[in-house]
Design a protein around this ligand. Structure first.
Ligand code: NAD
Length: 290
């Protein structure tokens, strides 16, 4: 396939490189990042979209997606498919989907889970909103860039799945970190805490696969001085999207709201900026109830 790829940052560059390695022709555009080897560098988003069967975007946020879409949609051939893999507001995805569909294009919102490591190794999970036909056409590309793609329903439902997942992740990470810090004060070793919880009803992905305590459980960013991994500010962004969606849908999400407030404080007022989201554990260490 001929693919336009717009947004070649930490995630987009390895995803585009995997498409090239699988034999696809990829035209790439980014305002600042370098185009990876094998991707043909073009001068604008519209140029990347011209003549493409599929256009993939991997951009920082919904406002940038809107701006790029206004350039890309008129340049895409009728019948081509616009696949946005960025994490953006559910409403932004639905608005751009409507514009794409009005222009005679297919649309999929396909945000990912798996981080930079998953993008490099081609093991991302895609959570997809949009039509079945477009999903079937793009599935071979999802199979190259990832290990699983789930069609979650119509446009916007991929973003809905992503923010629900990440709201659980943020809340669970905080719960895991505060429990470790409390266990310290109760005189429990971290190894004992891990051995019990990882095989008891408190187990979770944050405890079992991404343990925030250094030297305990499988290797994680905690073992690398909390270098991301998944940066606290990205978790803050996703929790903000979750609360915006909750408000729009009139959903009661008190734990998500509390997690957003804590990550906001951690990133904006404390030392969370640039650290992995699991650095909540050193944040709780030594703190008292006051
Ligand atoms: P990034 O900042 O590394 O990459 C974004 C790229 O978009 C940058 O290279 C930037 O120059 C480019 N860009 C910005 N405006 C542009 C424009 N108008 N035209 C063309 N290019 C433009 O971010 P990232 O880590 O690659 O994340 C991308 C998306 O994936 C975000 O929505 C993020 O929330 C999501 N995501 C990231 C991770 C992760 O672990 N990094 C995991 C899952 C999802």
């Amino acid at each position: 396939m001929r693919i336009g790829f717009i947004g070649l940052g930490n995630m987009g560059a390895p995803m585009a490189a995997n498409l090239v390695a699988a034999g696809h022709e990829v035209m790439g555009f980014d305002t600042t990042a370098e185009v990876p080897e094998g991707v043909a560098s073009v001068a604008s988003a519209a140029e990347a979209a011209a003549g493409a069967d599929v256009v993939i975007t991997m951009l920082p946020n919904g406002a940038i997606l809107h701006a790029v879409a206004s350039e890309v949609i008129p340049a895409m051939p009728k019948g081509a498919i616009f696949v946005d893999c960025s994490t953006v507001e559910v409403d932004a995805a639905r608005a751009v989907a409507a514009d794409a569909e009005a222009a005679g294009l297919g649309w999929l919102d396909a945000p990912v889970s798996g981080g930079v490591g998953g993008a490099a190794s081609g093991t991302l999970t895609f959570m997809v909103g949009g039509g079945e036909e477009a999903f079937e056409t793009v599935t071979p590309l999802f199979d190259i860039m990832g290990q699983k793609a789930v069609l979650c329903g119509p446009a916007g439902n991929g973003q809905a799945a992503k923010i629900c997942n990440n709201m659980i992740l943020g809340v669970t990470m905080i719960a895991t970190c505060e429990a470790f810090a409390m266990a310290d004060k109760l005189g429990l070793s971290r190894q004992a805490m891990f051995d019990v919880v990882s095989t008891s009803s408190g187990y979770s992905w944050t405890m079992n696969a991404y343990c925030p305590a250094p030297g305990v459980g499988p290797k994680s960013p905690a073992d690398n001085d909390y270098q991301p991994g998944f940066a606290a500010e990205l978790m803050l962004k996703d929790l903000g999207l979750a609360q915006a969606a909750a408000e729009a849908a009139d959903a009661d999400t008190p734990m998500g709201e509390a997690a957003l407030a804590l990550y906001r404080r951690f990133v904006e007022d404390e030392d969370g900026l640039g650290r992995d989201f699991s650095a909540m554990l050193p944040r709780f260490e030594g703190r008292s109830r006051a």
